[in-house]
Design a binder for this molecule. Structure first.
Ligand code: BTN
Length: 323
């Protein structure tokens, strides 16, 4: 508790020295105790400069995610009101699906530093080294089942806009929900659903963002198609702040989606890098080529083949053919 108070004061001084005496007075403890808590913070990864007569100041925030830090700056009503943070799990999506079945409320977030069995789209693995964001959010939308795929598009809009805000990077969406920066993938989303015949029980929106990992952690074939936010901006990224942006933007776009999904589709279209390009789409055992013409009201991709016929694609892998 005192350690958290000291951290609060040091952070609020924004890099200006905070005297040990003042910290001791504000916390109602001795200067020796202040010093002990400072040492604990250093062991947790904080870089704290100590200068006699001036006091202490933070010079480095650790790259660990702490539930308290996320929630303290989070201005959402629903997303992240309940957060479950783990050092390692098989898959945050699997855990979130289990929690949702057990009745966890909408907006519950499951977060892990690493995943041993991370799941990607189309049955692929999502390799999950330390340093990134692995997040699953439980949603309980009262919408018809055929609208469920739009939740993933909503998530993609939120992630792309959060990345733009946090890192000032031009993140774009490749259909349906891969997030790209400078031609390389930086994030992906995987939605899983539990439903009855005509009713959604719950949806888990899984988000993986490549933030600070070493690209060398990935196998070479994946590595050459992947980038990280840190690589793009040339500096480590504050994952807590990024997560707060993601949750805030998710809440914003999810609320909009529940009222008028057309708003989300038009935002998705603004961020997208697929429409208007020649593409190949693989999936369902075939590869087709044509012009990506748009998406329909359920988020399916419309591809015009060279014979003029329009093909509606619900799932697949898009490759944009360079002009
Ligand atoms: C994709 O193939 O692009 C989707 C990747 C989704 C990965 C995220 S990481 C958090 C959540 N847990 C998982 O097991 N998968 C998703």
């Amino acid at each position: 508790m005192y350690k958290e108070k000291i951290l609060y004061y040091l952070r609020s001084s924004n890099g200006v020295f905070f005297s040990g005496e003042e910290l001791a007075r504000k916390c109602g403890i001795s200067r020796t105790m202040v010093w002990k808590h400072i040492k604990t913070l250093e062991r947790e990864g904080f870089g704290i400069e100590a200068v006699p007569k001036l006091g202490y100041r933070i010079i480095l925030e650790p790259d660990t995610i702490r539930q308290r830090d996320i929630q303290s700056g989070l201005k959402t009503k629903v997303m992240g009101k309940e957060i479950h943070l783990f050092p390692a799990v098989a898959s945050t999506n699997i855990l979130a699906m289990e929690m949702a079945s057990a009745g966890a409320p909408e907006g519950t977030v499951v977060l892990a530093e690493t995943q041993t069995g991370g799941k990607g789209r189309l049955g692929r693995k999502w390799i999950s080294p330390m340093g990134n964001l692995y997040v699953s959010v439980i949603l309980r939308p009262d919408i018809p089942i055929h609208k469920a795929p739009l939740i993933t598009l909503t998530g993609a809009v939120a992630v792309a806009s959060a990345i733009r805000k946090q890192s000032d990077i031009q993140a774009a969406i490749k259909w349906p929900n891969d997030i790209y920066v400078n031609g390389k993938k930086v994030a992906g989303l995987l939605t899983e659903m539990s439903a009855e015949q005509d009713r959604i029980r719950h949806i888990v929106l899984g988000i993986g963002v490549d933030v600070n990992m070493e690209l060398a952690e990935l196998p070479p074939d994946v590595r050459e198609l992947t980038t990280t936010l840190a690589q793009e901006v040339g500096a480590r990224i504050n994952r807590t702040a990024l997560l707060q942006h993601v949750l805030r933007d998710l809440e914003h776009w999810y609320q909009k989606f529940l009222v008028a999904d057309a708003d989300v589709l038009s935002e998705w279209t603004k961020f997208n890098m697929t429409i208007g390009n020649r593409v190949t789409v693989s999936g369902m055992g075939r590869i087709q080529e044509g012009l990506a013409q748009g998406i329909d009201s359920e988020g399916r991709l419309l591809v015009r083949h060279d014979d003029g016929s329009i093909h509606i694609i619900a799932a697949g892998d898009v490759t944009i053919i360079k002009k």
